[in-house]
Design a protein around this ligand. Structure first.
Ligand SMILES: [Zn+2]
Length: 246
């Protein structure tokens, strides 16, 4: 079967002398991997050098018995030059590509996540607060992939939460003061962080861009989101160093 789609490069590596294996997140078919034969011998054969986090129009032969397909065309549509020029923006984009690769299963189609990645990359070209953009991406990809943390009541007893609230990485949500728990992955979370997370889940990207996050909320979100992601996804994200450098 011949398939075509818009596609963003999540990762790629050289294969044998002349080829390259590329993992794309495609708009129409979700995450797929394919071989680009001869691309290193004759880069003009494809209109793209398949740089990480570039957008491309691809055509490929989809094999039903293999997860590795044959890419026949790859034309770059967006290079995101300002991101590549800046060390920190580059790290943030690399982190997000790895996060998509870890969170999304092969051929799990999600057009909203495709749009989210594009929104993220476009904003990353000139935004000042890079960290806020990464927290927005983390919260939204969790919500859109069905891993949203439970934030509107206690995850254990379902009662409304009041007073000092804790967040459990393990249970994936808020825990009230009345619920005893032996979990070691508990941390206090402020009202400001809870309402910021709910706001980011509910509103569209442009509205979220206007949201202000205080330094205290950013610090809390960083700790909670990173630990939540590490806890729930076996493979830790290598580009996590972005988050320590930031
Ligand atoms: Zn409770």
């Amino acid at each position: 079967m011949i398939a075509s789609s818009e596609a963003i490069v999540l990762k790629s590596f050289d294969y044998r002398e002349t080829s390259r294996i590329v993992t794309f997140f495609t708009k129409n078919y979700g995450k797929i991997s394919g071989i680009m034969k001869g691309v290193r011998k004759d880069p003009k054969k494809f209109g793209s050098s398949v740089d990480k986090f570039s957008s491309n129009d691809i055509v490929y032969y989809r094999y039903s018995r293999s997860d590795l397909h044959l890419i026949s065309q790859c034309d770059m549509t967006q290079f995101y030059f300002p991101i590549r020029e800046d060390y920190k923006r580059n790290l943030a984009a690399n982190y997000v590509m790895e996060l998509v690769d870890v969170v999304m299963q092969v051929e799990q189609v999600n057009e909203k996540i495709y749009q989210l990645i594009e929104d993220f990359l476009k904003s990353l070209e000139d935004v000042r607060d890079i960290n806020k953009l990464v927290y927005m991406f983390q919260i939204k990809i969790l919500a859109l992939s069905g891993f949203s943390p439970h934030l509107d009541s206690c995850v254990k007893c379902s009662k409304k939460v009041e007073g000092r609230v804790r967040f459990s990485m393990q249970s994936g949500g808020l825990v009230c003061q009345a619920c005893p728990t032996q979990e070691s992955t508990l941390t206090f979370i402020s009202r400001g962080s809870i309402s910021s997370m709910i706001h980011i889940e509910d509103k569209d990207w442009r509205q979220c861009m206007r949201l202000g996050l205080t330094a205290a909320v950013q610090k809390e979100l960083k700790f909670i989101l990173n630990n939540f992601l590490i806890y729930h996804f076996e493979r830790t994200v290598r580009a996590q160093k972005f988050l320590h450098a930031s």
